[in-house]
Design a protein around this ligand. Structure first.
Ligand code: ARG
Length: 541
């Protein structure tokens, strides 16, 4: 049950009865500040003009109707025209018992969709770095939320395994005659090759040739490419496993996968949008981008025949609709790709590859900064590898553990991995994805505040209760029911009941950080309950 929705409907119905306009929105908000108010309705003032009544009086009038319901023990009105609602313990008890023994608290969406989540999606040949953290964690959390709600979720790791970087690498490997032993020095070779690419024009031209060769499935190029891709994927999968994200090898549909579709797409688009100004073999697509994107041209095919990132993404979108029958696709990349995706979506729509009602969302995210508000880098100014970041988190957690507990090496190793990596993931997730955040080891590993260690602590306490009690509770024949005796129990029950409206609002607004706020508050209420109430073998019960 979504309490907000229920209250909204209730007040809306009363409003309509007394003549409010059809678009009346009671605006129900959770109230955390006052112990005697659970929810507040803030939408009365807006309709008071329409009803030609003073807001306070109007609120009182509606409040009087609400008071008739046994579901509330306290309804009050505050100036200028807010209605304060306090739910009855009876009602809360009924509601919590109706979901407590149900799978997923009986939450499942009626509007089931096929949702594709495109996340992590690193460019191959380089190791995963700190820049991949946000996309990976945000995307994976959304996968779990959507699955929890009952949608069919298709994970997609759209790796960059076909572009310029392969031309650069392959050209360099040939030049240095490294065809037989390049795997163990990939990262190093790429750095060298990239430097040469930026400094040496002739070499840069050569690299373009190799991109085309690869895209035309040249055997030798493919052989090198295959090894590079496999090696990088293997390394990445290790990190995904460590991060406990759900991406598997089978979820990889990289740029190369769509190569077979590209010539057809170019032909088709050329037919649909032929432009007399096309030069040589250059294909420019203008469509209505003029209006939408201020005269931005979109290049889909290079003079030398190479396809581009945009071309691939158009094919990819077509494929996702035709083969996976997606109803909704969410892309996790930073804001810089906004223009790119808008172009892709528009071209695909105009070309008739996808219907207008396919929901396309780009969930962008801010940067990770260090304390001086500059991008977080290594001391010598290089980008931080994700592997090193995780290792550092784990060793910092280990230090803290060693200080606090008697060391038992195996246990400390195990626990520090959970705490260190949990802290990094949670810290990242707890920040509003749209803003930049400052990476702060002390904060994320702190035992107090909205941090992973604090939540993990509450979690382990809960687990130890559940271990003793849960099977018994799940047993259908069990007559035990949840009852509310104290304010601590009441707050915990209400918070648990609020989970449903929270998860739907995260789904609607793409705001997974709210889950962290929720968990933090929930853990607080749980701790109060744990400290103040007799839980197992309670005499009261
Ligand atoms: N590989 C890209 C990058 O590293 C991200 C891909 C995102 N997904 C997509 N379908 N374009 O920036």
């Amino acid at each position: 049950m979504q309490i907000q929705k229920y209250l909204n409907q209730k007040i809306y119905d009363i409003g309509i009865k007394i003549g409010a306009p059809e678009n009346f929105d009671p605006i129900i908000q959770i109230n955390n500040k006052n112990d005697h108010i659970d929810y507040q309705s803030n939408g009365i003032i807006k309709i008071s003009k329409f009803l030609k009544e003073e807001p306070y009086k109007l609120a009182q009038n509606i409040a009087n109707y609400l008071k008739l319901s046994p579901n509330f023990t306290n309804i009050s009105v505050s100036k200028p025209g807010f209605i304060n609602i306090y739910l009855s313990n009876n009602w809360l008890t009924k509601k919590i018992n109706s979901i407590a023994q149900k799978k997923n608290l009986n939450i499942t969406t009626k509007n089931k969709k096929i949702v594709i989540i495109d996340y992590s999606s690193p460019n191959i040949a380089k190791e995963l770095h700190i820049g991949h953290l946000r996309s990976t964690i945000l995307g994976d959390t959304t996968v779990r939320i959507m699955e929890f709600l009952g949608h069919k979720v298709i994970k997609q790791n759209h790796i960059g395994d076909w572009g310029t970087q392969f031309g650069i690498l392959i050209a360099y490997i040939y030049e240095k005659k490294k065809e037989n032993h390049f795997l163990d020095q990939l990262e190093y070779l790429y750095q060298k090759a990239y430097k040469k690419y930026t400094l040496d024009k002739k070499f840069a031209e050569k690299t373009n040739k190799y991109v085309v060769k690869l895209q035309k499935y040249d055997k030798k190029c493919l052989y090198i490419w295959n090894q590079i891709v496999n090696q990088t994927i293997k390394n990445n999968q290790k990190i995904y496993k460590r991060l406990n994200v759900k991406l598997r090898k089978k979820d990889i549909f990289g740029e190369s996968f769509y190569n077979f579709m590209l010539p057809e797409i170019i032909k088709d688009l050329q037919k649909k949008y032929s432009n007399p100004k096309i030069m040589e073999r250059l294909l420019y697509i203008l469509i209505n981008l003029k209006i939408v994107m201020e005269k931005k041209w979109v290049l889909l095919l290079k003079k030398n025949g190479a396809f581009l990132y945009t071309t691939t993404d158009i094919a990819c979108l077509k494929y996702r609709y035709e083969k996976f029958h997606a109803n909704k696709i969410i892309y996790y990349t930073d804001k810089r790709q906004e223009q790119h995706l808008l172009q892709v979506w528009l071209i695909a729509k105009k070309a008739g590859y996808i219907p207008n009602d396919l929901i396309l969302e780009h969930h962008t995210f801010g940067m990770i900064l260090c304390k001086n508000k500059k991008p977080f880098k290594t001391r010598d100014g290089n980008i931080i590898k994700l592997k090193d970041l995780l290792n550092e988190g784990v060793s910092r957690a280990k230090l803290i553990l060693k200080k606090k507990f008697t060391p038992n090496k195996k246990e400390i190793d195990e626990i520090s991995e959970i705490i260190g990596i949990g802290a990094i993931k949670y810290f990242d997730l707890s920040k509003n994805r749209k803003s930049n955040y400052i990476f702060d080891w002390d904060q994320m590993l702190s035992l107090t505040g909205n941090t992973a260690p604090y939540i993990q602590y509450a979690y382990t306490r809960i687990q130890s209760i559940l271990n003793k009690f849960f099977n018994d509770f799940l047993n259908k024949k069990n007559e035990k029911k949840i009852k509310i005796f104290t304010i601590f129990e009441r707050k915990l029950v209400l918070k648990i009941l609020q989970f449903e409206e929270l998860i739907y609002s995260i789904e609607k607004n793409g705001t997974p950080h709210l889950m962290c706020n929720y968990l933090y508050e929930l853990s607080g209420y749980f701790s109060n309950f744990y400290e103040n109430c007799n839980i197992l073998n309670s005499k009261k019960k």
